[in-house]
Design a binder for this molecule. Structure first.
Ligand code: EPS
Length: 383
């Protein structure tokens, strides 16, 4: 069946829920770690007023007993503090329409969602399309990260580009894991300052900015995913998970988009062997995956995020009731959320890797899974 992960909840409803099914028993849950992960997602220069209202915390409603998983479905609630201000409007049986709107924002789910679901009040589409939902993904992602830590696997990320401002050099792992204090999670201070300036200009102009973030997983064993069927290829599974993050429009693994020449002789990572290291590479242009299978190098995923569609200076649109030309709906929103999205990217990569580990090493209890894992690592060393 595999590992299953869902969220539910509306942006201004009572809260966001995360559901996880298929995790083994015996995984210790560190509640502080989960809450720290939730806080990391709330940082970043360019967020709107909402982040001053929210203070995300996880409440476990099921699946954890005396601090450990028991194999049962896990449910986590992250309350929306802003719900207090929306209680009436978000009451499922309220019929007031004070927050209804009818002019869809270009680039948003508003119009296709309304047509698909035959709903004219665009608020009903906005509420679930909102990236507030990613609080649930990060709550679940924290659990998957705790699971991966049992195998020594760690995940980090950084912001590479905001609008036109780009960090071209590749940061070290140490740089990536110590950037949560930076306002944009960019490891190069000078570039980060330029990014901040760029966002300030966008704020003045009533505009928004997209960008690029990079997510890396370290110490991933060789052999996760498979070449034998299209839907088992790990790169495909990672691409889907990352592309599902609100605003992400392209995903690349390794340096395919960085390499202008694309000559095979320059691109591929040559293979070496030593008794102590086993098989290894001196480069990692493949981003840790060959033939849909992890090759033991770091997994490196680039995610490209479009600018947020809610603009203070709105684009042209059409009122869906009157069919008259009209300015698109505007409301409080973020100007750039690339830094927050990078944390969501960590959570989604953690989900895919946790799923792949369970697939390869079993799925009932931590003791058996770790024994299978250690046995396999030993076999690979002696291959
Ligand atoms: C979002 C719009 C803003 C963001 C929100 C995502 O919310 P609001 O409309 O309430 O100001 O703050 O993000 C979050 C609440 C969050 O926790 O990340 C949107 O339209 O996607």
């Amino acid at each position: 069946m595999g590992l299953r992960f869902f969220t539910s909840g509306e942006s201004h409803g009572y809260g966001i829920l995360a559901f996880i099914e298929g995790l083994p028993s015996g995984l210790r849950i560190d509640l502080d770690f989960v809450n720290i992960e939730l806080r990391r997602r709330q940082l970043g220069f360019g967020r709107g007023g909402r982040m001053k209202i929210e203070f995300d915390e996880a409440t476990f409603l099921s699946g954890v007993y005396r601090g450990e998983t028991v194999g049962a479905p896990i449910t986590i609630l992250v309350r929306n503090r802003d719900w207090e201000n929306w209680k009436d409007i978000m009451d499922p049986f309220c019929y007031r329409d004070s927050k209804s709107f009818f002019v869809p924002r270009p680039g948003h789910a508003d119009l296709p969602g309304a047509l698909k679901y035959n709903i004219r009040d665009l608020r009903a589409i906005l509420e679930r399309a909102s990236a507030r939902e990613t609080a649930g993904r990060v709550a679940g992602g924290a659990i998957f990260k705790l699971f991966l830590k049992e195998f020594g696997i760690n995940i980090a990320s950084y912001v590479k580009r905001i609008g036109p401002v780009e960090m071209e050099r590749k940061p070290s792992w140490e740089e990536m894991i110590s950037i949560d204090d930076d306002p944009l999670r960019c490891p190069d201070r000078e570039v980060s300052e330029k990014m901040v300036e760029c966002i300030k200009r966008a704020i003045e102009e009533g505009d928004t900015l997209g960008g690029v973030f990079v997510v890396t997983a370290r110490n991933v064993p060789v052999g996760l995913g498979s070449h034998v069927q299209w839907d088992r290829r790990l790169d495909a599974r990672i691409a889907m998970a990352m592309m599902s993050i609100q605003g992400v429009k392209a995903v690349s693994i390794g340096e395919i988009l960085e390499d202008r020449d694309l000559k095979g002789s320059n691109f591929h990572d040559e293979i070496y062997y030593s008794k102590s290291k086993g098989f290894y590479r001196l480069t990692n242009r493949a981003g840790g995956i060959e033939g849909g299978i992890t090759n033991g190098e770091d997994i490196v995923v680039y995610c490209y995020m479009k600018p947020i569609p809610t603009l203070r200076n709105p684009l042209r649109s059409v009122n869906i009731l009157t069919k008259e030309p009209s300015e698109a709906h505007r409301e409080r929103s973020d100007v750039s959320a690339v830094a927050a999205a990078s944390i969501v990217g960590e959570a989604m990569l953690a989900f895919v890797l946790a799923d792949a580990i369970l697939e390869k090493f079993g799925s009932d209890n931590m003791r058996d899974i770790i024994a299978n894992y250690e046995n396999y690592i030993n076999e690979v060393k002696n291959f």
